[in-house]
Structures are given as C-alpha cells and as structure tokens.
Design a protein around this ligand. Structure first.
Ligand code: FAD
Length: 317
C-alpha cells in the first residue's frame, strides 16, 4: 500500500463506510470500461459522509460522486482522489407522501430512477413517468436534468438536500436551481435527497404512459449497446435560435456507423457512441472528438459534450 493511501486511509478508518482501494469504477459505468479510482467509498450514514467530506476538503483531496454511471466515461488510466457512491440503504430510501398530506415525497439520491418510475406508477403517483427507460440514480438525474421527448426531471422537483464539499447540509428550492436543458445550477457538493411533488393519479393510465415512453425509447435508441446515452447536447442552431438534434447533424455529416478502435457511431441513433467489448475509453474519446470536428466542418455547428469524462489530467474536458 502506498504512503499516500496510508495517509488517506486515516480519512475514513474510524467512519461507518465501506471502502475499496484501487476500485475498478470504469467497469461500473454503462460503458463497462475505463480505469480505477484510488478509493471508492460507500458511506453508511449521513454523519459518516459529512465527516469524510470535511476531512477531504481540509486535506484538499478531490472528491467525485458516482451515480449509476450512465452518463459517465472514466479515462483508461483512472483517477486519483476519493469517489463516493450513495449505494447504502441510508441514501436509497423513499418516503412516499400520503394522499392526505401536502408533504412532497422524499427520495434518497442513491435510489434507482427506473425502479422509482415503475413503483410510483404502481402506487398511483404521477410526476416521474416521463422518465421511463432512463438509467440513473436520482442524484445523477437531477445533476443532469435527465429527460427527453416526454419531459425532464426538473418538472417534479420541489427541493433538494445537498452536502457542500466543505461538509455543510443545505436544502435548496427548485426555483433556485435554474434547471435548463440537461443542466442546473447546483453548488459544488453531493445531492443527498430530492423532495418531489408527486400527485395522486390513475395507476392504469400511469402504467400505460410508462409503457408508451419506454417503447418510444426502445424504438428510437440503441438501449442495449454499451454507451452513456447521448454523447452531445442538442445545440442551438445560430440561424434559427432553436435547438437542433445533434443526432440529425451527425447523420447529415454521414457519420452513422463510423468507428474508431472498438467505438462506433450507432446506426440507430447518431448521437449514441457505442463500444464493443474489445474497445477502451480512449476509443470513445477519439471518436467523439472526430465526430465533433466533422460535424463542425459539415454544418458550422460546434457540438458540446453531454457525457461527463473523469480523467487524471482533466484532458478532454
Ligand atoms: C442507454 C442509455 C439511455 C439514456 N437515455 C437518456 C435519456 O433519454 N435522457 C437523458 O437525459 N439521459 C439519458 N442517458 C444518460 C443518463 O441516463 C443520464 O444522464 C442520467 O441522469 C445519469 O445518471 P447517473 O446516476 O447514472 O449519473 P452518473 O453517470 O453516475 O454521473 C453523471 C454526473 O452526475 C454527477 N452525480 C451523480 N450522482 C450525484 C449526486 N448524488 N450528487 C451530485 N452529483 C452527482 C456525477 O458526479 C457526474 O458528474 C442515457 C444513458 C444510457 C446509458
């Protein structure tokens, strides 16, 4: 064990956490590729998480949060610092509002979005069905304001609880978060929970809506490829001032099916960069850069990456 790790271990050795050194986090993402994190820590309580964050902050050790890894690519040579995962029961609990009270439903940030979409429809609560088929933790869905044709995450958020990097708990109203297309203005920190306005609704109609949204996704997107969803945000076309489909621009540039090593532009949806089992993170990065350049040459529009990339040197950011 390196001296660096020995020093860092003092950060969590007395805390109620599970820690894995040299953790293969790349393989935990939907790309199933990429390097390791120096340490992956799953805190078992808010108190343990708070103390860990405070200590990392005081020691200037970088902290990152891993959700379900569906919008993330980890560079092949891995990353240093601490990666936190909220996959213990303390961060996955859902407290459903009862129909008599106006209290929003509280959902732990580590909860699985797809499971919640199904469970909320079963219980007869509307507010999440527009997100059917999107792989995410609640924290990741809020951070990215995940969504699509049928709506986004922001529309049911009442407020969120976060832990700032210096270890302070705060509750922030949705109105202060400036949710926009695939973005929001969350201060640096870890989302701990969301309070969602879910309304009583007909479970049969809700289940039909979930099915409709899910089937639309399956029809239009390569859901079984190893990918991180859409690689690029839909850009604003300067000539119209409206968002243009990045997938359409990639298609018009003739890039569907293009490959780089084990990475390929999906034939089904040009904005998905898939990866064969033989490929690596660098193949995806190289292809994404190539696609960006060729779309710019073809349309004059600069694509902005949606997928988050974690790398040692901050390259490709
Ligand atoms: C097959 C497929 C289909 C997809 N379809 C869609 C779609 O239709 N619409 C869409 O918007 N996206 C889609 N995506 C992308 C992805 O599902 C979303 O971006 C999702 O919100 C990512 O959530 P996550 O928990 O996996 O976050 P991760 O990928 O783990 O992390 C993404 C970012 O969020 C941060 N983060 C995660 N948890 C927290 C937390 N608790 N606090 C603070 N920051 C946090 C991470 O640090 C990182 O910066 C798709 C992905 C795949 C693989």
């Amino acid at each position: 064990m390196s001296t660096l790790i020995t020093i860092k271990e003092k950060l969590w050795s007395d805390l109620d956490v599970e820690a894995t050194l040299d953790a293969p986090i790349g393989r935990m993402t939907w790309y199933e590729t990429g390097g390791s994190a120096e340490v992956l820590i799953s805190p078992k309580s808010s108190n343990a998480l708070q103390l860990l964050c405070k200590r990392c902050y005081e020691s200037e050790i970088p902290v990152r949060v891993l959700g379900s890894g569906a919008n993330l690519l980890v560079a092949d040579d891995g990353i240093d610092g601490v990666v936190i995962r909220l996959n213990q029961p303390a961060f996955q609990e859902t407290r459903w509002n009862d129909s008599q009270s106006d209290t929003p439903t509280r959902i732990g940030a580590g909860a699985d979005l797809m499971g919640l979409v199904t469970e909320s429809a079963r219980r007869g609560f509307s507010g999440l069905s527009q997100l059917a088929g999107i792989p995410a933790s609640i924290g990741g869905a809020i951070r990215m304001n995940a969504g699509g044709t049928y709506g986004d995450t922001a529309q049911s958020i009442h407020s969120i609880e976060i832990l700032t990097m210096s270890g302070e708990f705060r509750t922030i109203a949705a109105t202060e978060l400036n949710f926009g297309y695939r973005q929001c203005a969350i201060p640096a920190g870890i989302i701990i929970a969301a309070h969602c306005n879910l309304c009583a609704s007909d479970p049969i109609a809700l289940r039909a809506h979930v099915k409709e949204v899910f089937e639309y996704k399956k029809r239009t997107q390569p859901m079984s490829d190893r990918s991180a969803g859409c690689m690029f945000k839909n850009p604003i076309d300067p000539s119209t001032g409206k968002r243009e489909s990045a997938g359409k621009l990639i298609d018009l540039a003739g890039l569907k099916g293009k490959t780089s090593g084990g990475a390929f532009v999906s034939d089904k949806h040009g904005n998905f960069i898939g990866l064969h089992a033989s490929g690596c993170a660098n193949d995806v990065l190289a292809l994404a850069i190539d696609v960006q350049q060729q779309v710019f040459e073809h349309s004059g529009i600069q694509l902005e990456r949606e997928v988050v990339i974690w790398s040692q040197r901050g390259a490709f950011q």
